[in-house]
Design a protein around this ligand. Structure first.
Ligand code: ACO
Ligand code: ZN
Length: 195
């Protein structure tokens, strides 16, 4: 379903005495109503903070890519990857979703390059094949902070997606598809996939 994930309190209810929560790291006394209540409060705040970070980043990315609608249509089918720099800043974001098929982008028609055309319209002019091909993972958004571009961040994010998206297999470049790419996105995808 597409409902928001429920938070799981991993508190080891059967134990008494000092326990450490595997999710939020808090050490508290199980069986003490006061401690348990304090833990639940800390636990929820901790996980909410992490969730908000990812949602804020996605909003920034959506704004830059010109997406109007902020919420993802089906969060349960998507995975968000964040790239954290050595300076502890989020400099990359990739949203991947499970797909069954994709349509190959065909060689660029000359008309799409005509000068004076709105660049946002230009990339939509690329033609797609009408024949669906099987695919597993759709990259619906990929974004790297301006200052951090052309340093291999996007390449490394896609490498990680390929090795982690489907448990136990490394996806080939044929099995991933970039949805409605921008000019930057198309240049990157073309180079990455070696097409
Ligand atoms: N122009 C030409 N070639 C490029 C470009 C570009 N703008 N970007 C990447 N490449 C090619 C290069 O060959 C590059 O290798 P090189 O630097 O050694 O020449 C190779 O792709 C790998 O590039 P990375 O450094 O891994 O890419 P980067 O981290 O800069 O991120 C991205 C690329 C995500 C497209 C970035 O430019 C960006 O965020 N742009 C703005 C947002 C955007 O348009 N995102 C794509 C939307 S489409 C979608 O989301 C499905
Ligand atoms: Zn906890």
């Amino acid at each position: 379903s597409c409902s928001r994930d429920q938070m799981i309190i991993d508190a080891g209810q059967k134990h008494f005495g000092a326990v450490g929560c595997k999710s939020c790291g808090m050490i508290y006394t199980a069986g003490s109503p006061e401690d348990e209540a304090q833990h639940i409060q800390h636990h929820e705040r901790f996980l909410e903070a992490l969730r908000y970070v990812a949602e804020d980043v996605r909003e920034i990315v959506d704004n830059e890519l010109g997406f109007k609608q902020v919420a993802l249509s089906c969060p349960a089918k998507t995975k968000t990857y964040l790239f954290v720099s050595n300076e502890r800043m989020i400099v990359g974001c990739l949203v991947a979703e499970s797909i069954k098929q994709a349509f190959r982008v065909l060689a660029e028609p000359v008309a799409a390059q005509s000068p004076g055309q709105d660049p946002l319209q230009q990339h939509r002019a690329w033609r797609c094949s009408t024949r669906p091909e099987p695919a597993i993972c759709g990259v619906s958004r990929i974004w790297v902070l301006g200052l951090a571009r052309r340093k291999g961040v996007a390449r490394r994010m896609v490498d990680v997606v390929r090795s982690t998206f489907m448990y136990g297999s490394y996806l080939s470049t044929e099995e991933i598809a970039f949805s409605d790419p921008t000019p930057d996105g198309k240049l990157f995808a073309t180079r990455y996939c070696g097409t």
